[in-house]
Design a protein around this ligand. Structure first.
Ligand SMILES: Nc1ncnc2c1ncn2[C@@H]1O[C@H](COP(=O)(O)OP(=O)(O)OP(=O)(O)O)[C@@H](O)[C@H]1O
Length: 209
């Protein structure tokens, strides 16, 4: 479904990502591993179409794409940087906004969680709060919820475990299993060996060369 072939990124003579290949199929759950600075985030940006590789290629359904490509955006949900949240909308409002934006889409492998995302990430008791009324871990859960609420065929997450306690990490594991079990192709970068062990069916080691 989503493939990278020797995708590499170079900027001003520095190598951000060495040539990396990946074949991400529907229902797969791949953990992207590697030390700090290895290029995991860069790889996710390339896979999401947010960064053009300097060499090699990335294809979705055998077609080159970038983030301006509406068709690709319909398929790929990615949490790489924290999403924009609206200061005067509650968490429930944010979920309603996502649902309105993507409603009626029937093409995705995974229909997404819709408003259930709040419950799945343990946010239901906070549903009427504004974003500025949250702790940093709760904010991370909101970022995950708005990403997993929408339908998608490919789910890309950069260190979904960041700022989360063990119980919340278990919620993340459950959602990742649900997404891949429902047919989404999932790739996530992680430094959490336990999360990787729980959900990944394959690992890709990104190296600094
Ligand atoms: N905008 C940039 N300009 C130049 N170099 C960059 C830029 N962004 C990242 N880099 C470099 O690219 C390399 C890969 O960074 P990247 O964020 O992809 O690593 P990572 O594997 O996700 O690291 P971490 O585990 O610390 O999150 C690093 O050496 C980093 O310093």
């Amino acid at each position: 479904m989503l493939t990278a072939e020797d995708a590499a990124v170079e900027r001003d003579g520095a190598i951000l990502l060495h040539p990396t290949s990946l074949r991400l199929e529907a229902g797969a759950c791949v953990a992207v591993r590697g030390p700090n600075g290895a290029g995991k985030t860069t790889l996710l940006r390339v896979l999401a179409g947010r960064l053009r590789p300097s060499s090699g290629s990335v294809r979705l359904h055998d077609r080159r794409f970038d983030e301006r490509d509406r068709e690709a955006r319909r398929h790929i949900a990615a949490l790489i940087e924290p999403p924009t949240l609206y200061p005067d909308l509650t968490l429930r409002d944010h979920l309603a906004l996502i649902e309105a934006a993507w409603s009626g889409e029937r093409w995705a492998s995974w229909s997404g969680m819709g408003a259930d995302a709040l419950d799945a990430f343990g946010l239901e008791p906070l549903a009427d709060r504004f974003p500025h009324e949250l702790s940093s871990g709760q904010r991370q859960l909101v970022s995950l919820a708005v990403t997993c609420a929408r339908p998608c065929s490919v789910l890309l997450l950069d260190e979904p475990e960041q700022r989360l306690d063990p119980d919340r990490r278990a919620l993340v594991a459950a959602v990742l299993r649900r997404a891949s079990g429902s047919g989404a192709a999932v790739a996530f970068a992680s430094h959490d060996a336990e999360l990787v062990e729980r959900v990944a069916d394959a690992q890709l080691e990104v190296t600094q060369g």
